[in-house]
Ligand binder design. Structure first.
Ligand SMILES: Cc1cc2nc3c(=O)[nH]c(=O)nc-3n(C[C@H](O)[C@H](O)[C@H](O)COP(=O)(O)OP(=O)(O)OC[C@H]3O[C@@H](n4cnc5c(N)ncnc54)[C@H](O)[C@@H]3O)c2cc1C
Length: 155
C-alpha cells in the first residue's frame, strides 16, 4: 500500500479460443498490487530502517572473514574492500548467485536446469486495468498494471 501502486482489479486468462475474466477482490482489505522491484525494495528498506536496522547502501561484500579454525566471523567489503565487520552469525541473503553460499560450499538442492526464459518490457498506454495472461503457441505473455505503465513478459 505504501507504494502508491494502482490496484489490480481484474484478472484475465486468454488462451486464444476463449478467455476467463474475473474481478480480483481485496483480501483482508488489501487489494492486489504489483509494484516494480525498485519501488518495493525501497519500501522494504525504509521499513527495515524505521524498525532500527542499520542500512548501508552501495556496500559490496567481497569476501568472508574467518578465524584460525575456518569459522566465519564476519565480512570484508565496502565501497572499497577495506571495511571488516565482525558478527557472531552471518546470514547470506545475497540472492541466487550468493557469494556467501559459494564461500561456505553450501550444498545445492532442488536444482533444475532452465527450461524457459523471459523478457520484460515497460509500456505506457496499454488498455489494461489488471493482470492478463495470453497463451499462444507454447508461449505465455503476462501483462500487469504498474505505476503509470504496464509490464509485459514473454516466456
Ligand atoms: C524478472 C523476475 C520476476 C520475478 N517475479 C516474481 C514474482 O512475481 N513473485 C515472486 O514471488 N517472485 C518473483 N521473482 C523471484 C524473486 O524476485 C526472488 O525469488 C527473490 O527476489 C529472492 O530474494 P532474495 O532476497 O533471496 O534475493 P534478491 O532479491 O536477489 O536479493 C539479494 C540482494 O543481495 C545483494 N547482493 C548480492 N551480492 C552481494 C554482495 N556481494 N554484497 C552486497 N550485496 C549483495 C543484491 O544486490 C540484492 O539486493 C522474480 C524474479 C525475477 C528475476
Amino acid at each position: 500500500m505504501a507504494s502508491d501502486c494502482p490496484s489490480i482489479d481484474r484478472m484475465r486468462f486468454d488462451v486464444g479460443e476463449f478467455a476467463l475474466d474475473a474481478p480480483l477482490v481485496p483480501f483482508d482489505g488489501v487489494p492486489s498490487l504489483a509494484p516494480r522491484r525498485t519501488v518495493l525494495d525501497t519500501v522494504l528498506v525504509e521499513a527495515a530502517r524505521a524498525s532500527g536496522a542499520e542500512v548501508r547502501e552501495g556496500f559490496l561484500v567481497h569476501e568472508l572473514v574467518r578465524d584460525e579454525d575456518g569459522r566465519v566471523t564476519g565480512i570484508r567489503g565496502g565501497p572499497g574492500s577495506a571495511t571488516v565487520e565482525q558478527a557472531r552469525m552471518e546470514i547470506g541473503a545475497d540472492g541466487q548467485h550468493s557469494l556467501v553460499a559459494r564461500s561456505v560450499d553450501a550444498p545445492a538442492y532442488q536444482e533444475r536446469p532452465p527450461v524457459s526464459c523471459g523478457y520484460y518490457a515497460y509500456w505506457s498506454g496499454l488498455p489494461t486495468s489488471g493482470v492478463e495472461a495470453h497463451t499462444r503457441r507454447g508461449r505465455l505473455a503476462p501483462v500487469c498494471r504498474h505505476v503509470g505503465h504496464a509490464v509485459r513478459t514473454q516466456a
